[in-house]
Design a protein around this ligand. Sequence first.
Ligand SMILES: [Zn+2]
Length: 113
Amino acid sequence: MIPFKRINGISRFFDIKIFQPGDPQIDSEYGHFSEKRGTIGLSPEQKGGQLIDTLEHELGHLIIEEMGIAHLVKDEEKFVNAFARGRVALKRLNPDLERWMLDELERERDAGD
Ligand SMILES: [Zn+2]
């Protein structure tokens, strides 16, 4: 399971909640994003690629809200599903690129200190 209880969601923090299957507040069996409650919900059984795909999906919702582009997206579920699958595929196919991007951002941050 994810080792984070909260993430920095650009303009504010979001709590990571593990929900129980059948929770009436959750309309998905995998994950949930609530801008209003400031939460990302994840079902407890997920791991590996499924967990990362769900997390990327919920982060897609977060980005759409945080960047104020909801009005540009006609079918948000379809968009975040495709975006999440693409992000997971690129991570799998290019792990060195993902690590390099993080390293490059850290080098820039460290140079600015
Ligand atoms: Zn969704």
